[in-house]
Design a binder for this molecule. Structure first.
Ligand code: GDP
Ligand code: MG
Length: 209
């Protein structure tokens, strides 16, 4: 049997490497949803804690990184998770063209619709199905965004509940503008990727107002 290779300080190399290997992981999360629902704004809020009213359409796909501490195995130290967050141009034609590269290795989907536009919820079917074509059955999290806007919501909670149940997914009402539930939603998808127990699925009902 081979003895473990000594490190430069004479300790076995295996012991020296163990802690970093256990405590840091990478996950790939993809945002999907129609143009204008607020995907880019949600990422901006989560990563930079900023918001901009100007609408700059995302061209192609953009990848942003954020490192977070997620309490996965409770009790125990939290895990350092490097999230790579993929933001795509919300156009169905483009989606077909790019889906293999965009969704390859995707471990979690944040599916975003706009509370003022019912069609954007129905359209999430197509988005999630295309993502699952490439990365089958990865966890999904449904976000109903822009709850800061006044007026009667076009997307009602019963419909969101039924829609989310079909994907075994939690849902949250968010505002990239005010920040409601944004950190919670991204942290929660990371946690579900790393610890996909059914008990960890939390629905947060209510409009967050
Ligand atoms: P994307 O096409 O899905 O990436 O959408 P964007 O993030 O570019 O947002 C589209 C527009 O909606 C922009 O003008 C944003 O400022 C606005 N927007 C995004 N999120 C919110 C929100 O939570 N509340 C409000 N009031 N506007 C938002
Ligand atoms: Mg965008």
């Amino acid at each position: 049997m081979l003895a473990p290779e000594p490190s430069s300080r004479g300790r076995p190399a295996l012991l020296r490497l163990e802690p970093p290997l256990q405590s840091r992981v990478k996950v790939k999360v993809c945002l999907v949803g129609d143009s204008g629902v607020g995907k880019t704004s949600l990422i901006r809020r989560y990563v930079l804690d900023m918001f901009d009213d100007a609408y700059i359409q995302t061209l192609g796909a953009k990848v942003t990184k954020k490192t977070v501490l997620i309490p996965v195995h409770n009790p125990g130290p939290p895990l350092e998770v490097v999230m790579t967050i993929w933001d795509v141009m919300g156009n169905a034609g483009f989606r077909e063209l790019l889906k293999e590269s965009y969704f390859f290795g995707c471990q979690g989907i944040i599916a975003v619709c706009d509370v003022t536009n019912r069609i954007t919820l129905e359209d999430l079917d197509g988005w999630i199905d295309r993502a699952w074509d490439v990365s089958p059955d990865v966890p999904v999290h449904i976000l109903v965004n822009k709850v800061d806007l006044d007026g009667a919501p076009a997307v009602d909670e019963d419909r969101v509940k039924a829609f989310s149940a079909a994907y075994g997914s939690p849902y949250m009402f968010t505002s990239a503008k005010r920040g409601d539930n944004v950190t919670r939603a991204f942290d929660e998808i990371a946690r579900r990727i790393l610890d996909p127990k059914p008990a960890s699925v939390v629905a947060v009902p209510g409009m967050g107002r």
